[in-house]
Design a protein around this ligand. Structure first.
Ligand code: 13P
Length: 287
């Protein structure tokens, strides 16, 4: 059964570790992440961008697939199904479809509009027991065609949004989606500390988990980050393993073209990546 991310994130913040959000794209991704979470006895958050939701056939298809896998694979660790960087309409659609958690990314709106739209969703999510992530200060890089510059959030604005009663808050601290450029300045821990000071115990979310050095991940967790999003790293691992299989000509040997064989190395690569991240984030054994 899907659960809200609230309890797992509050436990993570209190226990000084973070729960990984791993974005899903298809059945292989979802199965790999769920099985790894179960093997590692770790809570997990499955992230679905609006683009990935559409790709998988729509939000009902995603909910059906995830619920079915949880049941058929005997997954007993806490799993939240979460909309990643949702629009206001997207968040409402996912709430109706049966997601257990949604993000409304109003960071590109003026703060008044972000507050107004986030408030409407706080009320809807409260009634249904769904966790809600809000964002202040856009995360850099490109995701689903939305490009941000890696801003640092205004801590006072973070407090205004946190006070609305959201479950968790994503605040830009110089992080970006995708690979980090060679001249990246690193995370702004001054911003993170200032945000934490303003929002108190609210679990903070670190987007753009791909490629952040281990010491920065650990420091971010020590400063209140309880959820870390990883997407690109699983994609890169999947692509590299699939490339290797084909370059070695394995798809041409016997029934190597069978999708169950062709996609197996990529599946294993996602599992290995997720395991590595769960160990780094400290969520192993915390289910
Ligand atoms: P990466 O693709 O950089 O890992 O970022 C993922 C993310 O933040 C999803 O919201």
């Amino acid at each position: 059964m899907l659960v809200s991310a609230k309890e797992m994130l509050n436990k993570a913040r209190e226990g000084h570790y973070a729960v990984g959000q791993f974005n899903i794209n298809n059945l292989e991704w979802t199965k790999a992440i769920l099985l790894t979470a179960q093997e590692q006895n770790s809570p997990v958050i499955l992230g679905v961008s609006e683009g990935a939701g559409k790709y998988m056939g729509g939000y009902d298809a995603v909910v059906g697939m995830v619920n079915g896998l949880i049941k058929n694979l005997g997954i007993t660790v806490p799993v939240a199904l979460h909309l990643d960087h949702g629009s206001f309409e997207g968040a409402k659609a996912c709430i109706n479809a049966g997601f257990s958690s949604v993000m409304f990314d109003g960071s590109h709106y003026p703060i008044e509009e972000n507050i107004q739209k986030t408030t409407a969703l706080v009320n809807a999510c409260d009634v249904l027991g769904i966790s809600l992530e809000a964002e202040v200060g856009s995360i850099g890089g490109e995701e689903d065609g939305v490009v941000g510059a890696g801003e640092c959030a205004d801590p006072a604005e973070c407090k205004m949004i946190a006070d609305l009663g959201v479950t968790m808050l994503a605040a830009g601290i110089g992080n970006i989606h995708g690979k980090y450029p060679a001249n990246w300045a690193g995370l702004s821990f001054d911003t993170l500390a200032a945000v934490k000071e303003q929002v108190g115990d609210m679990p903070l979310v670190l987007h753009g988990g791909t490629g952040i050095p281990e010491d920065m991940i650990k420091k971010a967790i020590s400063l209140g980050v309880a959820k870390i999003n990883v997407n690109t790293e699983c994609q890169l691992a999947f692509a590299a393993a699939t490339r290797k299989y084909i370059e070695e000509g394995k798809d041409l040997q016997g029934k190597g073209f069978d999708p169950r064989k062709l996609l197996a190395p990529g599946f294993e690569a996602i599992k290995a990546t997720v395991k590595e991240k769960m160990e780094l984030f400290g969520s192993v054994g915390k289910a």
